[in-house]
Design a protein around this ligand. Structure first.
Ligand code: NAD
Length: 478
Protein backbone atom coordinates (compact mmCIF):
# COMPACT_ATOMS: atom_id res chain seq x y z
CA UNK A 1 0.00 0.00 0.00
CA UNK A 2 1.36 3.45 -0.80
CA UNK A 3 0.55 6.99 0.34
CA UNK A 4 -1.14 7.82 3.64
CA UNK A 5 -2.39 4.87 5.66
CA UNK A 6 -6.10 4.23 5.14
CA UNK A 7 -8.06 5.46 8.14
CA UNK A 8 -10.26 2.87 9.82
CA UNK A 9 -13.11 3.98 12.02
CA UNK A 10 -12.63 3.19 15.71
CA UNK A 11 -14.44 0.16 17.18
CA UNK A 12 -17.24 2.36 18.54
CA UNK A 13 -17.53 4.24 15.25
CA UNK A 14 -17.72 0.86 13.48
CA UNK A 15 -20.62 -0.22 15.68
CA UNK A 16 -22.36 3.12 15.11
CA UNK A 17 -21.86 2.88 11.33
CA UNK A 18 -23.44 -0.58 11.31
CA UNK A 19 -26.27 0.72 13.51
CA UNK A 20 -26.82 3.66 11.14
CA UNK A 21 -26.98 1.37 8.12
CA UNK A 22 -29.81 -0.57 9.75
CA UNK A 23 -31.65 2.47 11.08
CA UNK A 24 -31.68 4.03 7.59
CA UNK A 25 -33.97 1.16 6.59
CA UNK A 26 -36.30 1.65 9.55
CA UNK A 27 -38.98 4.14 10.39
CA UNK A 28 -38.17 5.28 13.92
CA UNK A 29 -39.78 8.38 15.44
CA UNK A 30 -37.48 11.43 15.44
CA UNK A 31 -35.08 11.40 18.38
CA UNK A 32 -35.53 7.76 19.30
CA UNK A 33 -32.74 6.66 16.96
CA UNK A 34 -30.28 8.89 18.79
CA UNK A 35 -31.56 7.79 22.20
CA UNK A 36 -30.96 4.15 21.34
CA UNK A 37 -27.55 4.71 19.74
CA UNK A 38 -25.83 6.79 22.42
CA UNK A 39 -24.08 5.28 25.40
CA UNK A 40 -25.86 6.44 28.59
CA UNK A 41 -22.82 6.69 30.84
CA UNK A 42 -19.24 5.55 31.27
CA UNK A 43 -17.59 5.51 34.65
CA UNK A 44 -13.81 5.64 34.76
CA UNK A 45 -12.02 4.64 37.93
CA UNK A 46 -8.35 4.86 38.86
CA UNK A 47 -7.37 3.00 41.98
CA UNK A 48 -4.19 1.95 43.68
CA UNK A 49 -3.19 -1.46 44.99
CA UNK A 50 -0.01 -2.06 46.96
CA UNK A 51 1.91 -4.88 45.29
CA UNK A 52 5.54 -5.94 45.62
CA UNK A 53 6.22 -3.09 48.05
CA UNK A 54 4.85 -0.24 45.97
CA UNK A 55 1.52 1.23 44.93
CA UNK A 56 0.39 0.34 41.42
CA UNK A 57 -2.34 2.47 39.82
CA UNK A 58 -4.90 0.77 37.59
CA UNK A 59 -7.52 2.25 35.24
CA UNK A 60 -10.89 0.57 34.83
CA UNK A 61 -14.21 1.34 33.14
CA UNK A 62 -17.83 0.34 33.40
CA UNK A 63 -20.01 1.61 30.63
CA UNK A 64 -23.82 1.47 30.58
CA UNK A 65 -25.18 1.73 27.08
CA UNK A 66 -28.92 1.34 27.57
CA UNK A 67 -31.14 0.94 30.62
CA UNK A 68 -34.37 0.25 28.73
CA UNK A 69 -34.28 -2.97 30.75
CA UNK A 70 -32.52 -3.53 34.06
CA UNK A 71 -30.28 -4.96 35.21
CA UNK A 72 -27.82 -4.12 32.50
CA UNK A 73 -25.46 -6.90 31.53
CA UNK A 74 -22.01 -7.28 30.03
CA UNK A 75 -18.61 -8.82 30.64
CA UNK A 76 -15.52 -7.47 32.34
CA UNK A 77 -12.40 -7.64 30.20
CA UNK A 78 -8.78 -7.65 31.39
CA UNK A 79 -6.49 -6.50 28.61
CA UNK A 80 -3.94 -3.80 27.88
CA UNK A 81 -6.09 -2.76 24.92
CA UNK A 82 -9.00 -1.71 27.15
CA UNK A 83 -10.06 1.92 26.69
CA UNK A 84 -13.24 3.99 26.82
CA UNK A 85 -13.97 3.66 23.11
CA UNK A 86 -13.72 -0.13 23.35
CA UNK A 87 -15.95 -0.58 26.42
CA UNK A 88 -18.56 1.74 24.92
CA UNK A 89 -18.59 -0.22 21.66
CA UNK A 90 -18.86 -3.49 23.57
CA UNK A 91 -21.64 -2.10 25.80
CA UNK A 92 -23.63 -1.05 22.73
CA UNK A 93 -23.22 -4.51 21.23
CA UNK A 94 -24.52 -5.97 24.51
CA UNK A 95 -27.75 -3.94 24.22
CA UNK A 96 -28.41 -5.25 20.72
CA UNK A 97 -27.30 -8.78 21.59
CA UNK A 98 -29.60 -9.04 24.61
CA UNK A 99 -32.52 -7.77 22.53
CA UNK A 100 -31.77 -10.21 19.71
CA UNK A 101 -31.69 -13.29 21.96
CA UNK A 102 -34.47 -11.99 24.21
CA UNK A 103 -32.62 -11.83 27.51
CA UNK A 104 -34.30 -9.13 29.63
CA UNK A 105 -31.27 -6.90 30.07
CA UNK A 106 -29.88 -3.57 28.94
CA UNK A 107 -26.30 -3.40 27.68
CA UNK A 108 -23.16 -2.73 29.69
CA UNK A 109 -19.46 -3.61 29.59
CA UNK A 110 -16.44 -3.19 31.79
CA UNK A 111 -12.73 -3.40 31.43
CA UNK A 112 -9.52 -3.11 33.33
CA UNK A 113 -6.41 -1.95 31.53
CA UNK A 114 -4.05 -4.70 32.67
CA UNK A 115 -2.12 -7.67 31.29
CA UNK A 116 -3.29 -10.41 33.69
CA UNK A 117 -0.28 -12.58 32.77
CA UNK A 118 2.00 -10.13 34.58
CA UNK A 119 0.47 -10.86 38.00
CA UNK A 120 0.27 -13.94 40.19
CA UNK A 121 -3.01 -15.27 41.52
CA UNK A 122 -2.87 -13.44 44.88
CA UNK A 123 -2.09 -10.15 43.18
CA UNK A 124 -4.90 -10.61 40.68
CA UNK A 125 -7.31 -11.36 43.50
CA UNK A 126 -6.40 -8.15 45.31
CA UNK A 127 -6.70 -6.10 42.11
CA UNK A 128 -10.04 -7.72 41.19
CA UNK A 129 -11.53 -7.26 44.66
CA UNK A 130 -10.51 -3.61 44.69
CA UNK A 131 -11.97 -3.03 41.22
CA UNK A 132 -15.17 -4.83 42.29
CA UNK A 133 -15.36 -2.66 45.41
CA UNK A 134 -15.08 0.53 43.34
CA UNK A 135 -17.86 -0.61 41.00
CA UNK A 136 -20.16 -2.10 43.66
CA UNK A 137 -20.16 1.00 45.82
CA UNK A 138 -21.61 2.91 42.83
CA UNK A 139 -24.17 0.15 42.04
CA UNK A 140 -22.22 -0.74 38.91
CA UNK A 141 -22.23 -4.26 40.29
CA UNK A 142 -25.66 -5.10 41.69
CA UNK A 143 -28.10 -8.00 41.13
CA UNK A 144 -30.93 -5.69 40.12
CA UNK A 145 -28.94 -3.00 38.33
CA UNK A 146 -25.71 -4.17 36.76
CA UNK A 147 -24.53 -7.77 36.41
CA UNK A 148 -21.06 -8.42 34.95
CA UNK A 149 -19.76 -11.69 33.45
CA UNK A 150 -16.44 -13.03 32.13
CA UNK A 151 -14.85 -11.72 28.97
CA UNK A 152 -11.35 -11.73 27.48
CA UNK A 153 -8.76 -12.26 30.22
CA UNK A 154 -11.28 -13.13 32.94
CA UNK A 155 -13.10 -16.33 33.88
CA UNK A 156 -14.79 -18.22 36.71
CA UNK A 157 -12.07 -17.37 39.20
CA UNK A 158 -12.44 -13.60 38.82
CA UNK A 159 -16.26 -13.88 38.91
CA UNK A 160 -16.06 -15.81 42.21
CA UNK A 161 -13.89 -13.03 43.72
CA UNK A 162 -16.33 -10.37 42.49
CA UNK A 163 -19.35 -12.26 43.92
CA UNK A 164 -17.62 -12.68 47.25
CA UNK A 165 -16.56 -9.03 47.38
CA UNK A 166 -20.13 -7.89 46.68
CA UNK A 167 -21.50 -10.29 49.35
CA UNK A 168 -19.04 -8.88 51.93
CA UNK A 169 -20.27 -5.37 51.17
CA UNK A 170 -23.96 -6.35 51.19
CA UNK A 171 -24.27 -8.83 53.99
CA UNK A 172 -28.09 -8.85 54.10
CA UNK A 173 -28.72 -9.07 50.37
CA UNK A 174 -30.29 -12.50 49.91
CA UNK A 175 -29.76 -12.22 46.14
CA UNK A 176 -26.08 -11.31 46.41
CA UNK A 177 -24.99 -14.22 44.22
CA UNK A 178 -26.96 -12.82 41.30
CA UNK A 179 -24.62 -9.78 41.21
CA UNK A 180 -22.37 -11.48 38.65
CA UNK A 181 -22.59 -14.49 36.32
CA UNK A 182 -20.02 -16.97 35.06
CA UNK A 183 -19.19 -18.09 38.61
CA UNK A 184 -17.92 -21.58 39.36
CA UNK A 185 -20.77 -24.05 39.98
CA UNK A 186 -19.75 -24.42 43.64
CA UNK A 187 -20.03 -20.65 44.11
CA UNK A 188 -23.51 -20.18 42.63
CA UNK A 189 -22.71 -20.79 38.97
CA UNK A 190 -24.60 -22.93 36.50
CA UNK A 191 -23.62 -26.05 34.59
CA UNK A 192 -22.58 -25.29 31.05
CA UNK A 193 -21.67 -21.60 31.48
CA UNK A 194 -17.93 -21.99 30.85
CA UNK A 195 -18.56 -23.60 27.47
CA UNK A 196 -21.68 -21.55 26.67
CA UNK A 197 -20.30 -19.04 24.18
CA UNK A 198 -18.43 -21.71 22.17
CA UNK A 199 -21.46 -23.98 22.38
CA UNK A 200 -23.58 -21.10 21.09
CA UNK A 201 -21.21 -20.70 18.11
CA UNK A 202 -21.74 -24.41 17.35
CA UNK A 203 -25.54 -24.10 17.62
CA UNK A 204 -25.47 -20.97 15.44
CA UNK A 205 -23.58 -22.82 12.70
CA UNK A 206 -25.88 -25.84 13.00
CA UNK A 207 -28.89 -23.55 12.52
CA UNK A 208 -27.23 -21.80 9.56
CA UNK A 209 -26.66 -25.20 7.96
CA UNK A 210 -30.39 -25.97 8.37
CA UNK A 211 -31.12 -23.18 5.86
CA UNK A 212 -30.04 -24.34 2.38
CA UNK A 213 -30.84 -20.95 0.83
CA UNK A 214 -28.48 -19.21 3.26
CA UNK A 215 -25.80 -21.86 2.70
CA UNK A 216 -26.09 -21.36 -1.05
CA UNK A 217 -25.53 -17.62 -0.52
CA UNK A 218 -22.06 -18.57 0.83
CA UNK A 219 -21.55 -21.08 -2.00
CA UNK A 220 -21.63 -23.93 0.51
CA UNK A 221 -23.75 -27.06 0.66
CA UNK A 222 -24.19 -30.22 2.71
CA UNK A 223 -23.48 -30.42 6.41
CA UNK A 224 -20.73 -29.30 8.78
CA UNK A 225 -19.11 -32.71 8.38
CA UNK A 226 -15.72 -32.32 6.70
CA UNK A 227 -15.90 -28.53 6.40
CA UNK A 228 -12.50 -26.82 6.73
CA UNK A 229 -12.39 -24.37 9.61
CA UNK A 230 -9.79 -21.83 10.79
CA UNK A 231 -10.06 -20.43 14.32
CA UNK A 232 -8.30 -17.35 15.65
CA UNK A 233 -7.82 -17.44 19.44
CA UNK A 234 -7.98 -20.77 21.27
CA UNK A 235 -9.21 -19.21 24.52
CA UNK A 236 -12.54 -19.86 26.18
CA UNK A 237 -14.73 -19.16 23.15
CA UNK A 238 -12.44 -20.39 20.37
CA UNK A 239 -11.42 -23.58 22.14
CA UNK A 240 -14.97 -24.69 22.96
CA UNK A 241 -16.28 -23.82 19.49
CA UNK A 242 -13.41 -25.71 17.81
CA UNK A 243 -13.74 -28.67 20.17
CA UNK A 244 -17.50 -29.14 19.68
CA UNK A 245 -17.42 -28.54 15.93
CA UNK A 246 -14.63 -31.08 15.42
CA UNK A 247 -15.71 -33.71 17.97
CA UNK A 248 -19.47 -33.57 17.43
CA UNK A 249 -20.09 -32.22 13.92
CA UNK A 250 -17.10 -33.68 12.08
CA UNK A 251 -15.70 -30.30 11.02
CA UNK A 252 -11.96 -30.22 10.28
CA UNK A 253 -10.10 -27.50 12.19
CA UNK A 254 -7.23 -26.96 9.76
CA UNK A 255 -5.82 -23.81 11.36
CA UNK A 256 -5.42 -22.21 14.76
CA UNK A 257 -4.09 -18.66 15.08
CA UNK A 258 -2.70 -17.54 18.44
CA UNK A 259 -0.69 -14.58 19.77
CA UNK A 260 2.67 -16.20 18.98
CA UNK A 261 1.93 -17.63 15.54
CA UNK A 262 -0.37 -20.11 13.86
CA UNK A 263 -0.67 -23.86 13.26
CA UNK A 264 -1.80 -25.41 9.99
CA UNK A 265 -2.71 -29.00 9.16
CA UNK A 266 -4.99 -29.56 6.17
CA UNK A 267 -6.01 -32.94 7.61
CA UNK A 268 -7.30 -31.33 10.78
CA UNK A 269 -5.66 -30.46 14.09
CA UNK A 270 -6.29 -32.31 17.34
CA UNK A 271 -7.85 -29.44 19.29
CA UNK A 272 -7.53 -31.04 22.72
CA UNK A 273 -3.82 -31.65 22.10
CA UNK A 274 -3.22 -28.10 20.83
CA UNK A 275 -5.09 -26.60 23.77
CA UNK A 276 -3.06 -28.66 26.27
CA UNK A 277 0.12 -27.49 24.56
CA UNK A 278 -0.94 -23.84 24.82
CA UNK A 279 -1.86 -24.24 28.50
CA UNK A 280 1.51 -25.86 29.26
CA UNK A 281 3.76 -23.74 27.08
CA UNK A 282 1.93 -20.40 26.94
CA UNK A 283 1.52 -20.47 23.16
CA UNK A 284 1.60 -22.62 20.03
CA UNK A 285 5.37 -22.27 19.55
CA UNK A 286 7.10 -25.67 19.50
CA UNK A 287 3.90 -27.68 18.91
CA UNK A 288 5.27 -30.67 17.04
CA UNK A 289 2.32 -32.04 15.04
CA UNK A 290 1.53 -29.23 12.60
CA UNK A 291 3.13 -26.70 10.31
CA UNK A 292 3.93 -23.50 12.20
CA UNK A 293 3.40 -20.07 10.66
CA UNK A 294 5.34 -17.26 12.29
CA UNK A 295 3.13 -14.35 11.20
CA UNK A 296 -0.06 -16.00 12.45
CA UNK A 297 -2.54 -13.46 11.12
CA UNK A 298 -1.81 -14.40 7.49
CA UNK A 299 -3.69 -17.63 8.15
CA UNK A 300 -6.89 -15.53 8.25
CA UNK A 301 -6.36 -15.30 4.49
CA UNK A 302 -5.88 -19.05 3.94
CA UNK A 303 -8.55 -20.92 1.94
CA UNK A 304 -11.14 -22.62 4.17
CA UNK A 305 -14.92 -23.00 4.37
CA UNK A 306 -15.52 -21.27 7.70
CA UNK A 307 -13.41 -18.63 9.42
CA UNK A 308 -13.97 -18.16 13.16
CA UNK A 309 -12.27 -15.08 14.60
CA UNK A 310 -12.53 -15.70 18.36
CA UNK A 311 -9.84 -13.45 19.82
CA UNK A 312 -10.18 -9.69 19.53
CA UNK A 313 -11.72 -6.87 17.54
CA UNK A 314 -10.59 -5.33 14.28
CA UNK A 315 -8.54 -8.30 13.02
CA UNK A 316 -10.31 -8.30 9.66
CA UNK A 317 -9.97 -4.75 8.41
CA UNK A 318 -9.46 -2.80 5.22
CA UNK A 319 -5.83 -3.91 5.04
CA UNK A 320 -6.67 -7.62 4.64
CA UNK A 321 -10.41 -7.88 3.84
CA UNK A 322 -9.97 -8.31 0.10
CA UNK A 323 -7.59 -11.25 0.67
CA UNK A 324 -9.97 -13.21 2.94
CA UNK A 325 -10.97 -16.36 1.08
CA UNK A 326 -13.44 -17.99 3.49
CA UNK A 327 -16.97 -17.71 2.06
CA UNK A 328 -18.43 -17.82 5.58
CA UNK A 329 -17.22 -15.91 8.65
CA UNK A 330 -18.79 -16.43 12.04
CA UNK A 331 -17.85 -13.65 14.46
CA UNK A 332 -17.22 -15.49 17.71
CA UNK A 333 -15.28 -12.48 19.03
CA UNK A 334 -16.91 -9.09 19.40
CA UNK A 335 -16.20 -6.74 16.51
CA UNK A 336 -13.55 -8.79 14.64
CA UNK A 337 -14.65 -7.28 11.30
CA UNK A 338 -14.43 -3.49 11.00
CA UNK A 339 -17.14 -1.50 9.22
CA UNK A 340 -14.74 -0.92 6.32
CA UNK A 341 -13.95 -4.63 5.98
CA UNK A 342 -17.64 -5.48 6.26
CA UNK A 343 -18.27 -3.34 3.18
CA UNK A 344 -15.49 -5.05 1.19
CA UNK A 345 -16.61 -8.54 2.22
CA UNK A 346 -20.28 -7.91 1.49
CA UNK A 347 -19.36 -6.77 -2.03
CA UNK A 348 -17.38 -10.01 -2.46
CA UNK A 349 -20.39 -12.08 -1.36
CA UNK A 350 -18.85 -13.32 1.88
CA UNK A 351 -21.57 -14.30 4.36
CA UNK A 352 -20.94 -13.00 7.88
CA UNK A 353 -22.81 -14.39 10.88
CA UNK A 354 -22.60 -11.31 13.11
CA UNK A 355 -21.11 -11.13 16.59
CA UNK A 356 -24.26 -9.92 18.30
CA UNK A 357 -25.84 -13.24 17.38
CA UNK A 358 -22.86 -15.59 17.05
CA UNK A 359 -21.44 -15.11 20.56
CA UNK A 360 -24.75 -14.59 22.37
CA UNK A 361 -24.54 -18.04 23.96
CA UNK A 362 -22.60 -16.54 26.86
CA UNK A 363 -25.20 -13.98 27.84
CA UNK A 364 -27.99 -16.49 27.27
CA UNK A 365 -26.58 -18.94 29.81
CA UNK A 366 -25.67 -16.02 32.07
CA UNK A 367 -29.38 -15.18 32.03
CA UNK A 368 -30.16 -18.74 33.14
CA UNK A 369 -27.57 -18.43 35.91
CA UNK A 370 -29.05 -15.14 37.11
CA UNK A 371 -32.54 -16.67 37.19
CA UNK A 372 -31.14 -19.68 39.08
CA UNK A 373 -29.53 -17.36 41.65
CA UNK A 374 -32.73 -15.38 42.14
CA UNK A 375 -34.85 -18.52 42.48
CA UNK A 376 -32.30 -20.15 44.81
CA UNK A 377 -32.80 -23.56 43.28
CA UNK A 378 -30.97 -25.59 40.66
CA UNK A 379 -32.83 -26.17 37.39
CA UNK A 380 -34.39 -29.65 37.23
CA UNK A 381 -34.27 -30.28 40.97
CA UNK A 382 -38.06 -30.43 41.40
CA UNK A 383 -39.08 -32.31 38.25
CA UNK A 384 -36.22 -34.62 37.32
CA UNK A 385 -37.25 -37.73 39.30
CA UNK A 386 -40.92 -37.12 38.66
CA UNK A 387 -40.20 -37.04 34.92
CA UNK A 388 -38.20 -40.25 35.24
CA UNK A 389 -41.00 -42.07 37.09
CA UNK A 390 -43.56 -41.07 34.44
CA UNK A 391 -41.26 -42.37 31.72
CA UNK A 392 -40.78 -45.57 33.71
CA UNK A 393 -44.58 -46.00 33.75
CA UNK A 394 -44.69 -45.92 29.95
CA UNK A 395 -41.77 -48.33 29.58
CA UNK A 396 -43.33 -50.75 32.10
CA UNK A 397 -46.65 -50.56 30.28
CA UNK A 398 -45.06 -51.19 26.86
CA UNK A 399 -43.19 -54.19 28.22
CA UNK A 400 -46.38 -55.53 29.86
CA UNK A 401 -48.32 -55.15 26.58
CA UNK A 402 -45.56 -56.92 24.69
CA UNK A 403 -45.59 -59.80 27.21
CA UNK A 404 -49.38 -60.07 27.50
CA UNK A 405 -50.03 -59.99 23.77
CA UNK A 406 -47.11 -62.33 23.07
CA UNK A 407 -45.66 -59.94 20.44
CA UNK A 408 -42.25 -60.34 22.02
CA UNK A 409 -40.99 -56.76 21.52
CA UNK A 410 -38.04 -55.66 23.57
CA UNK A 411 -36.98 -52.07 23.94
CA UNK A 412 -33.34 -51.49 23.03
CA UNK A 413 -31.21 -50.82 26.13
CA UNK A 414 -29.89 -47.58 24.57
CA UNK A 415 -33.42 -46.26 24.10
CA UNK A 416 -34.46 -47.23 27.60
CA UNK A 417 -31.44 -45.62 29.20
CA UNK A 418 -31.87 -42.37 27.27
CA UNK A 419 -35.64 -42.18 27.60
CA UNK A 420 -35.68 -42.95 31.30
CA UNK A 421 -33.11 -40.29 32.21
CA UNK A 422 -34.78 -37.08 33.40
CA UNK A 423 -33.18 -33.80 32.38
CA UNK A 424 -30.63 -32.38 34.81
CA UNK A 425 -29.36 -28.81 34.86
CA UNK A 426 -26.84 -29.29 32.03
CA UNK A 427 -29.42 -30.82 29.67
CA UNK A 428 -31.85 -28.01 30.44
CA UNK A 429 -29.22 -25.33 29.90
CA UNK A 430 -28.25 -26.85 26.54
CA UNK A 431 -31.88 -27.13 25.50
CA UNK A 432 -32.56 -23.50 26.45
CA UNK A 433 -29.42 -22.33 24.66
CA UNK A 434 -30.18 -24.33 21.49
CA UNK A 435 -33.74 -23.01 21.46
CA UNK A 436 -32.50 -19.42 21.89
CA UNK A 437 -29.90 -19.70 19.12
CA UNK A 438 -32.44 -21.23 16.73
CA UNK A 439 -35.11 -18.64 17.53
CA UNK A 440 -32.77 -15.68 17.13
CA UNK A 441 -31.40 -17.00 13.83
CA UNK A 442 -34.91 -17.47 12.50
CA UNK A 443 -35.80 -13.88 13.42
CA UNK A 444 -32.72 -12.60 11.52
CA UNK A 445 -33.36 -14.96 8.62
CA UNK A 446 -36.98 -13.77 8.30
CA UNK A 447 -35.82 -10.11 8.04
CA UNK A 448 -33.05 -10.99 5.62
CA UNK A 449 -35.31 -12.96 3.31
CA UNK A 450 -38.47 -10.90 3.49
CA UNK A 451 -37.02 -7.53 2.53
CA UNK A 452 -35.14 -6.68 -0.65
CA UNK A 453 -33.34 -3.80 1.05
CA UNK A 454 -31.90 -6.07 3.79
CA UNK A 455 -29.01 -7.78 2.08
CA UNK A 456 -27.00 -9.28 4.93
CA UNK A 457 -27.41 -10.98 8.30
CA UNK A 458 -25.78 -8.17 10.27
CA UNK A 459 -28.26 -5.55 9.08
CA UNK A 460 -31.08 -8.04 9.74
CA UNK A 461 -29.78 -8.63 13.28
CA UNK A 462 -29.55 -4.89 13.98
CA UNK A 463 -33.09 -4.29 12.68
CA UNK A 464 -34.56 -7.09 14.85
CA UNK A 465 -32.68 -5.81 17.91
CA UNK A 466 -33.41 -2.11 17.39
CA UNK A 467 -37.10 -2.81 16.80
CA UNK A 468 -37.26 -4.58 20.15
CA UNK A 469 -35.35 -1.86 22.03
CA UNK A 470 -37.53 0.80 20.38
CA UNK A 471 -40.69 -1.08 21.40
CA UNK A 472 -39.44 -1.18 24.94
CA UNK A 473 -38.75 2.60 24.99
CA UNK A 474 -42.16 3.28 23.42
CA UNK A 475 -43.90 1.15 26.04
CA UNK A 476 -42.22 3.25 28.72
CA UNK A 477 -43.66 6.37 27.11
CA UNK A 478 -40.25 7.89 26.37
P1 NAD B 1 -9.87 -15.53 26.33
O1 NAD B 1 -9.02 -14.56 27.02
O2 NAD B 1 -10.32 -16.76 27.02
O3 NAD B 1 -9.21 -15.99 24.95
C1 NAD B 1 -8.69 -15.12 24.00
C2 NAD B 1 -7.70 -15.92 23.17
O4 NAD B 1 -7.24 -15.13 22.09
C3 NAD B 1 -6.47 -16.34 23.98
O5 NAD B 1 -6.16 -17.69 23.70
C4 NAD B 1 -5.38 -15.40 23.47
O6 NAD B 1 -4.09 -15.94 23.57
C5 NAD B 1 -5.83 -15.21 22.03
N1 NAD B 1 -5.31 -13.97 21.44
C6 NAD B 1 -5.13 -12.76 22.03
N2 NAD B 1 -4.60 -11.90 21.17
C7 NAD B 1 -4.44 -12.56 20.01
C8 NAD B 1 -3.95 -12.20 18.73
N3 NAD B 1 -3.49 -10.98 18.48
N4 NAD B 1 -3.95 -13.15 17.76
C9 NAD B 1 -4.41 -14.39 18.00
N5 NAD B 1 -4.88 -14.78 19.18
C10 NAD B 1 -4.90 -13.88 20.17
O7 NAD B 1 -11.13 -14.66 25.83
P2 NAD B 1 -12.59 -15.18 25.44
O8 NAD B 1 -13.44 -15.09 26.65
O9 NAD B 1 -12.48 -16.45 24.67
O10 NAD B 1 -13.05 -13.99 24.48
C11 NAD B 1 -12.68 -13.93 23.11
C12 NAD B 1 -13.65 -13.02 22.36
O11 NAD B 1 -14.98 -13.50 22.55
C13 NAD B 1 -13.66 -11.57 22.84
O12 NAD B 1 -13.93 -10.73 21.73
C14 NAD B 1 -14.85 -11.52 23.78
O13 NAD B 1 -15.42 -10.23 23.90
C15 NAD B 1 -15.80 -12.46 23.07
N6 NAD B 1 -16.84 -13.03 23.94
C16 NAD B 1 -16.54 -13.79 25.03
C17 NAD B 1 -17.55 -14.31 25.81
C18 NAD B 1 -17.29 -15.22 26.99
O14 NAD B 1 -18.26 -15.79 27.52
N7 NAD B 1 -16.08 -15.41 27.42
C19 NAD B 1 -18.89 -14.04 25.49
C20 NAD B 1 -19.17 -13.26 24.36
C21 NAD B 1 -18.14 -12.76 23.59
Amino acid sequence: MDGAPVKEPSFRESVDLMFNRAVALMDLPPGLEDKIRVCNSTYTVRFGVKLRGQIHTFTGYRSVHSEHMEPVKGGIRYSLGVNQDEVEALAALMTYKCALVETPFGGSKGGLCIDPREYDEDELERITRRFAYELAKRDLINPSQNVPAPDMGTGEREMAWIADQYARMNTTDINARACVTGKPVNAGGIQGRVEATGRGVQYALQEFFRHPDDLAEAGLSGTLDGKKVIVQGLGNVGYHAAKFLSEEDGARIIGVIERDGALLDEDGLNIEEVRNWIVQHGGVTGYPNAQRIEAGAVLLEHPCDILIPAALEGVINISNADRIKAPLIIEAANGPVTAGADEVLRKKGTVIIPDMYANAGGVTVSYFEWVKNLSHIRFGRMQRRQEESRHQLIVDELERLSRDTGVGWTLSPGFKEQYLRGAGELELVRSGLDDTMRGAYQAMHAKWRSRDDVTDLRTAAYIVAIERVAASYRAKGL
